[in-house]
Design a protein around this ligand. Structure first.
Ligand code: HEC
Length: 142
């Protein structure tokens, strides 16, 4: 499985260098896919379960808890959920949350924003992709 994923990650950039039209079809399988270095497609319904199980202790979509509320987080600038008191570390980060930045964050928040209060890491790439798809799906409303 791990070998498989590695191959996928290596092959996509190589394909991208190939013949434009043929490889474009492979690299962008759906209109919802986000371009560039997005290694895995996510599944929002699997992501909902993972969110509940792994993020739900600290986060919810619509209330600030130990962590900030998440509805709208996809596409939002970091540290801007209304009413949540962020650490200085996260305030300094200043990124827009998208597939790439969320993937980096969930892999290792402390590496991205040293001193952040979120120490939780989601180490399985497919689970990160699924949770990110879920956050994206839940983001347009507010
Ligand atoms: C143990 C508690 C805890 C868990 C578990 C946790 N988080 Fe967090 N999260 C936090 C805290 C606290 C912050 C705010 C950090 C700060 O201010 O430095 C945060 C911040 C974030 C942010 C930045 C939000 C913003 O408004 O900029 C995202 C995105 C995020 N978490 C996603 C997740 C996801 C997805 C999961 C589950 C895979 C998760 N977190 C699990 C505590 C947690």
């Amino acid at each position: 499985m791990r070998f498989h994923l590695l191959r996928y990650v290596v092959l996509i950039p190589i394909a991208a260098l190939g013949i434009a039209t043929a490889s474009a079809a492979k690299v962008a399988p759906s209109p919802h896919a986000v371009p560039q270095r997005d290694p895995l497609p996510g599944d929002a319904s699997r992501g909902a379960d993972i969110y509940e199980a792994k993020c739900g202790a600290c986060h919810s979509l619509d209330s600030n808890r130990i962590g900030p509320k998440h509805r709208g987080v996809f596409g939002r600038r970091s540290a801007t959920a209304p009413g949540f008191h962020y650490t200085a570390a996260l305030k300094k980060l200043n990124v827009v949350w998208n597939r790439q930045t969320l993937d980096r964050w969930l892999q290792n928040p402390t590496a991205m924003a040293p001193g952040t209060a979120m120490g939780y890491r989601l180490t399985v790439p497919q689970q990160r992709a699924d949770v990110i798809a879920y956050l994206k799906q839940q983001s347009p409303q507010r």
